[in-house]
Ligand binder design. Structure first.
Ligand code: MSP
Length: 497
């Protein structure tokens, strides 16, 4: 069985989770579920990033000890994971001992391998981004991200990032899909080609971090600490069957850390680099950047309360081409759900199953002579998973879902050409075949929807008397059995008013 390791970034616990956090994990959860259904042995990791000045300051503001504060906020992310129906295999906190111990050994290795030296840092730092910026990167006195910067001067250990320019460029060449989407890859390439500065990797002006071994007063730079979470919980670390990681899902804002620093740290420690880093875009709210100061933060818990978890998952995964920025608006959500889930798939399912109950005693109809157009629809259904798999290979999440929608469209068109309510009066055998073909198509749609809208898919399949199915079952071998009694139908995808 082949393995698949997918991870989200770990979330800063300075504040409660919002839609952006939920988005990154929803994408990873879709992928993890997809790979499991596709027969892979999956490891799906997420967690919280708990050290650094940003968290120390947030704790101070809340008048709490950093550990108690991070315990509290980290729990909110775990709670969100349950609400969102995420299937992470582990939840890693960087304040946990297993993590800190591992990062300390990594530090020592970097020192032993000659990649770390002591000097002094004098430059700009943005606490919000937990990032250092060069003078010429600033825009109107702020970080290019808009974050406030402060001048920092302190003794610091440095990582010899400048030694890795050629090795990184070689990596991007050897693994052309290491960074996706392509446009992002180009950005990273030009950044690295412009030359790399050594990176400050310890701080002395605050204490909430992993202590640098043998250097009192120094705590590690939070990004060095955080990035190694991808390894720290694996049983055999870099020797684990899951390493190298198959896919890092990250937001575009943290691509540089994952596509430049992370592989450089790994190479320096003598560890294999991951297969891919995919950078997704950012959500805006009705066209505006989401921020606390604008007061337009979208709370995923409230969205779930109003629309249900499956509709939120569906909207986030389907609305935006994965990799692009997206805009949240209520109208967009309602339109998307009503058009694709309620009208297209839900309505068809309801019509067919109700009809089968009203006019065929709720029994799966007989499939007699198959006509060419029946075959065309069934072939489209049986090739659905393959088409999705191809999109998923390059994280075309919205495109993969698009194939499910297309099959729903095709089934609806098939209904208009084969009105089963008319056939009932003229040709019962043909009516039975048409209904059978439609139910079988719905079975495949149900299987394909499992990683996207898990609860609804289970409900849909249960109405066809199908237990949870893997993708291997999405073929004619496991086709519905005529004569089987079905439970009375209830709507799977209700319209949003
Ligand atoms: N702690 C670091 C990651 C360390 S990984 C070793 C971090 N945390 S974060 O909480 O600020 O962001 C986590 C993820 O949420 C990122 O992938 C980021 O892109 C995503 N999002 C935060 N706001 C977002 C939007 N408005 N829209 C989409 N995703 C955004 O960075």
């Amino acid at each position: 069985m082949s393995k698949y390791y997918v991870a989200t970034p770990i979330y800063y616990v300075n504040d409660s989770p919002h839609i952006g956090h939920a988005y990154t994990t929803t994408a990873a959860d879709f992928i993890a579920r997809f790979m499991r259904l596709d027969g892979k042995k999956v490891l799906f990791l997420t967690g919280t990033d708990e050290h650094g000045l940003k968290i120390q300051k947030a704790a101070q503001k809340a008048e709490m000890e950093p550990q108690a504060f991070t315990d509290l906020v980290s729990q909110r992310f775990r709670d969100l994971n349950r609400v969102m129906n995420f299937t992470e295999d582990d939840f890693i906190r960087t304040s946990a001992k297993r993590h800190k111990d591992y990062v300390s050994t990594i530090w020592q290795r970097l020192v032993d391998n000659g990649h770390i030296y002591l000097d002094k840092y004098a430059g700009w730092y943005a606490v919000r981004d937990e990032a250092f910026y060069a003078e010429d990167e600033l825009v109107d006195g702020k970080a290019p991200t808009g974050a406030e910067v402060e001048w920092v001067e302190e003794p610091s250990y440095f990582f010899r990032l400048s030694n890795f320019q050629d090795k990184l460029l070689q990596l991007y060449e050897d693994q052309p899909d290491f960074i996706l989407p392509k446009s992002r890859r180009n950005e990273v390439l030009s950044f690295v080609k412009a030359g790399l500065q050594d990176l400050s990797v310890s701080r002395t002006s605050f204490s909430w971090g992993i202590p640098v071994p043998g250097a009192s007063g120094h705590v590690m730079y939070v990004w060095l600490d955080a990035l190694f979470f991808y390894l720290s919980s694996l049983e055999d670390k870099e020797k684990s069957e899951f390493w190298p990681c198959d896919l890092h899902i990250v937001g575009k804002d943290i691509l540089r850390f994952h596509a430049v620093y992370w592989p450089a740290f790994l190479m320096a420690a003598g560890i294999e680099v991951p297969h891919r880093v995919f950078a997704h875009g950012w959500w805006t709210n009705n066209g505006e950047k989401i921020s606390k100061s604008l007061g337009n933060v979208i709370n995923p818990l409230e969205l779930v309360k109003e629309f249900g978890v499956d509709y939120i998952r569906y909207f986030m995964l389907r609305e935006v081409p994965f990799g692009n920025d997206g805009n949240y608006s209520r109208t967009a959500l309602v339109n998307r759900i009503n058009a694709e889930l309620a009208n297209n798939i839900g309505n068809l399912m309801q019509r067919v199953t109700s009809f089968v109950h009203a006019h065929n005693n709720g029994i799966i109809p007989q499939c007699s002579t198959i006509q060419p157009e029946d075959r065309v629809l069934l072939e489209q259904a049986y090739s659905l998973i393959d088409k999705m798999r191809q999109e998923m290979e390059t994280q075309g999440l919205n495109l993969a879902i698009g194939h499910v929608v297309e099959l729903g469209n095709a089934a609806n068109e098939y209904v208009s050409r084969n009105p089963f309510w008319e056939l009932r009066k003229t040709d019962n055998a043909r009516m039975q075949t048409v209904l059978y073909v439609l139910l079988e198509t719905m079975r495949i749609i149900g299987i394909a929807l499992q990683p996207i809208v898990p609860d609804s898919a289970t409900k849909l399949l249960a109405q066809l008397e199908v237990k949870q199915s893997s993708f291997a079952d999405a073929s004619a071998d496991k086709k519905l059995i005529s004569g089987q009694q079905l439970v009375p139908p209830t709507p799977v995808f209700m319209r949003i008013q």
